[in-house]
Design a protein around this ligand. Structure first.
Ligand code: HEM
Length: 409
């Protein structure tokens, strides 16, 4: 089958209703030609089995330089430039084979279950501090700004030694990268400049002020073992791990809180001990994955799945939200939040060699934050007034812009 541009489904760059979009795509088949912001063509696997098979297929690469047919054409499409913030940056997320293994090995040992456990006391202390501050304040607050956001941000900034006065710039940069609604060359240039100034600024600062943190350690590796980590790789590894380290977990905590506040019967079952917090976190990851989709992978060879053939060199977008809500895997009520199903086989953290290195940390943070929040404020409720909650403007990140609540009911 030859795909023309007319056959492509244009993905909503705002990610306004990921579930409705996933259902529409799924109805078209297991593998659907789509168009990303700016007109970038890609294949979207719509079902659980198809996505899993493609991620695990050794003929699927993450290296655009070697395996994307359209890499050389990028200059001809000014509105495609935004994708470089995701695939043009050289770190473990955008490499394949031995380069990937080398870059992943540099940071993965710092995120094992054992190392994560060592951070638990700090996560608990910050959680208590944030809840104390809420306790002392007024009733109406934005739960995202006051709780879900600062906890993961502080943890990752402490891990990487990001000084207080540089944190806001990191937050703005990551929000700009996640915002997929403006594929203009101006936005792309702004993001590229920000990456240089924000992460370059951090590297310069930590070179002058080394500490007991991961940025200092990565700078040491670059300086003393140059063949393991180059200059650009250092910059982009920091961008990936710091960015992924907070933005995703912010949305995990926020999405879980909103899901429970919208389903009081589930919250009551959790309070009675009939449903565990682990199951709440897994159901949130399944149905409201903080990374709804991720650009991009590339077919190294022609790949045939069922009746569809992906030609070598074509791009593939991994659509976790669609796969995780696949009725063929999770039943007719796959689009319903039901923590009692305790499905821990979702793909929200990916699978295979690129599986999320921060999964244990993200889980530990959520499993600390959520019970503490609902214990401290038993009457917590959403307080959106007449308005609706607004999604962050992204088809990649999935979470709420603000979460207005009444703390004391
Ligand atoms: C709820 C929170 C999180 C979610 C939903 C999430 C999601 C993901 C997903 C889907 C991937 C797989 C990418 C792929 O297959 O191409 C991934 C990879 C990755 N994640 Fe996470 N992540 C989370 C938290 C974190 C945290 C806390 C960190 C670090 C502190 C982190 C660092 C990374 C890194 C470095 C990779 C790249 C791994 C590789 O390519 O080998 N993530 N994450």
């Amino acid at each position: 089958m030859t795909v023309t541009d007319r056959d492509r489904i244009v993905l909503d760059p705002f990610g306004a209703d990921v579930h409705a979009e996933s259902a529409r795509l799924r109805a078209l088949g297991p593998l659907v030609p789509v168009e990303l912001p700016g007109g970038i063509p890609a294949w979207a696997p719509t079902g659980y089995d198809t996505l899993k098979a493609l991620i695990l297929d050794a003929r699927v690469s993450k290296d655009p330089r070697r395996h994307w047919r359209q890499w050389a054409e990028l200059g001809e499409h000014p509105s495609w430039g935004w994708i470089l913030g995701w695939i043009g940056v050289i770190n473990m997320l955008s490499t394949y084979g031995t380069d990937h293994a080398r870059l992943r090995r540099l940071v993965a040992p710092s995120f094992t279950h054992r190392r994560t456990e060592a951070m638990r006391a700090r996560v608990e202390a910050i959680t208590t501090e944030l809840l104390d501050a809420l306790d002392e304040g007024g009733d109406a607050v934005d739960l995202k700004a006051t709780f879900a956001h600062p906890l993961p941000l502080r943890i990752v900034c402490e891990l990487f030694g990001v000084p207080q006065d540089m944190r806001e710039a990191h937050v703005r940069l990551v929000a700009d990268i996640m915002d997929t609604t403006d594929p203009s060359p101006e936005h792309t240039v702004r993001v590229q400049e920000q990456i240089g100034s924000v992460l370059g600024g951090l590297i310069a600062y930590k070179s002058e002020h080394p500490g007991d943190d991961m940025t200092t350690e990565l700078i040491r590796v670059r300086d003393e073992e140059g063949d393991r980590l180059g200059d650009e790789e250092l910059l982009y590894t920091l961008l990936l791990v710091i960015g992924a380290g907070f933005e995703t977990t912010v949305n995990l905590v926020g999405n879980a809180a909103v899901a429970l506040l919208r389903r009081p019967e589930q919250l009551a079952a959790v309070r009675r001990g009939e449903i565990g917090w682990d199951a709440v976190v897994d159901e949130t990851l399944r149905l409201h994955p903080p990374i709804a989709a991720l650009p991009l992978r590339f077919a190294v060879d022609d790949i045939t799945l069922g009746e569809v053939a992906i030609p070598a060199g074509d791009a593939i977008i991994t659509t976790y939200a669609a796969a995780n809500a696949d009725p063929a895997r999770y039943g007719a009520d796959a689009d319903v939040f039901d923590a009692a199903r305790a499905a821990d086989d979702h793909l929200a953290f990916g699978i295979g060699v690129h599986r999320c290195i921060g999964a244990p940390l993200a889980r530990m943070e959520a499993l600390t934050a959520l019970p503490a929040l609902f214990d401290r404020f038993p009457a917590l409720r959403l307080d959106t007034g007449a308005g609706e909650l607004r999604q962050v403007p992204s088809f990649i990140a999935s979470g709420w812009q603000e979460i207005p609540v009444a703390l004391r009911g």
